[in-house]
Design a protein around this ligand. Structure first.
Ligand code: SAM
Length: 444
């Protein structure tokens, strides 16, 4: 039996009234396990499992397998994501009806659950900027986005206030705000130790500041999707109410609430005793239209590189991938040509950590291809590859040496169940493992 903070229990009693005891019971039942399939990669597992009603590719699992020891998880064929947060899909699809090729900002994006979901829903159209201010979390975000394989994506590492430099740029902004985390207590009981009334107050002040910071960078008429995983009014409805009263936003929550979801004036509430999922609040609001404040993107042409470079660059990708190279120091990036102007704007104003697909490192005449390239949906299918069994795939993902019978010398992609994992370089007498050190699987 967990010992939840007294004041939290008191507040819950006031909130849930005669449902309080069933809420309390739900905190001591195991959290449901769910994943979201990558619609762009072939999925062989989880296909037969129960669909999450509000998420087309969401699946409940009957038990928790070891995801870390599944190479298909590392190949990006699915993402482990809590079910309630996948409701984002319903609101985002509504916003897409207005503009099917939006520029989207996911402001608090690590580890990347919402960002990979948004990339699935964008289906290659428009573009996603995923931002995470904390450096260690930003690295994990980059990894998860790379595994998803989409090119129409940028990762930045900035404080929300920095986005004031980009007025009116984004059609849709998602703010999955840092919060007091009450909705995740049963999954992570230690989070309850950090909970206090002061922490709730602190979170609500920070959420205020975050929303105020990005208000300018949302296009007039653009959509703001705000979510938290807490039950606190000060962090949920009050934040929405303030955007309405201070900045004139209007509520856009026209998706019907079903399957135990509770809808109130300011948004959707997911309570663990009513839905198969964790605690969540989510709401979509729209910024007032202002015809005088239209943002026009300044056109920037991609850089020109020599013919030899261009030839080898295009050989790394599928013929239909319309990508332009950008080289910084010795790092080569592949940026969708249609989003080059956006990239130039981001590059001028923010810390861009990942642009399109990090393709590899050019050292003099040698090119070292990146794992991100191997995982990209746009990677050429002409690279030599070796499809390996489970023990070999895990040895590879641990960064240890593997042996490959009859593999030709040179760069080869390691695959498991025909899904790319990363590169090795086959030499005369050994195979060098190029799986990134920071990505290595530690678990045995
Ligand atoms: N959207 C993510 C997902 O679906 O995987 C989860 C985001 S989590 C709820 C909130 C994120 O906000 C954390 O990654 C945290 O590092 C970040 N964060 C913390 N303080 C912040 C601040 N002051 N401004 C913006 N983001 C912040």
């Amino acid at each position: 039996m967990n010992h939840w903070p007294e004041e939290f229990l008191h507040r819950s009693k006031l909130l849930f009234k005669d449902e309080y005891s069933s809420f309390l019971d739900s905190l001591s039942t195991p959290a449901p396990v769910s994943v979201r399939l990558n619609p762009f990669k072939r999925n062989i597992g989880f296909v037969e499992t129960q669909v999450i009603p509000w998420s087309k590719n969401g699946r409940y699992l009957p038990e928790r397998p070891s995801f870390t020891l599944d190479p298909l998880f590392h190949a990006g064929t699915y993402y482990v994501q809590e079910a309630s947060s996948q409701f984002l899909e319903q609101l985002f699809l509504l916003a897409l009806k207005d503009n099917p090729e939006p520029i989207v900002l996911d402001l608090c994006a690590a580890p990347g659950g919402k960002s990979t979901h948004l990339l699935s829903l964008l289906n290659g159209e428009g573009c996603l900027v995923s931002n995470e201010v904390i450096s260690s979390r930003n690295k994990i975000l980059q990894q998860n986005i790379a595994k998803w394989g989409c090119t129409n994506s940028f990762v930045t590492q900035n404080d929300p206030a920095d986005f004031k430099r980009l007025p009116g740029v984004f059609d849709i902004i998602v703010v999955d705000a840092p919060c007091s985390g009450e909705g995740l207590f049963r999954r992570d009981p230690e989070a309850a130790d950090e909970w206090s009334e002061k922490a709730v107050e602190h979170c609500s002040t920070r959420q205020n500041q975050i929303l105020e910071s990005i208000h300018e960078s949302l296009k007039p008429g653009g959509y703001l999707i705000y979510s938290t995983c807490t039950f606190e009014k000060a962090e949920n409805g009050d934040q929405i109410e303030r955007m309405i009263s201070e900045f004139g936003y209007e509520i856009c929550n026209s998706v019907p609430a079903e399957n135990g979801i509770v809808q109130t004036e300011y948004g959707y509430h997911f309570y663990p005793h009513k839905v198969i999922g964790e605690g969540l609040f989510i709401s979509m609001i729209r910024k007032p239209i202002d015809h005088d404040k239209r943002f026009r993107m300044r056109h920037e042409d991609p850089q020109n590189y020599g013919k030899d470079f261009r030839m080898s660059f295009s050989s790394y990708f599928r013929i239909d991938a319309n990508l332009s190279a950008f080289v910084k120091d010795d790092h080569v990036y592949a940026i969708p040509t249609e989003h080059y102007s956006l990239f130039a704007l981001l590059f001028k104003n923010l810390f861009v950590r990942q642009a399109g697909i990090f393709t590899g490192t050019q050292k003099d005449k040698n090119f070292i291809p990146s794992t991100e390239l191997a995982l990209s949906l746009s990677a050429s299918d002409q690279f030599p590859s070796a499809n390996v069994d489970l023990p070999t795939a895990l040895t590879y993902l641990r960064g240890e040496s593997i042996s490959l019978a009859n593999a030709p010398q040179g760069w080869t992609i390691i695959q498991y169940e025909n899904q790319n994992l990363g590169w090795v370089k086959v030499l005369d007498r050994r195979v060098n493992n190029y799986y990134p050190k920071e990505w290595k699987v530690m678990k045995r």
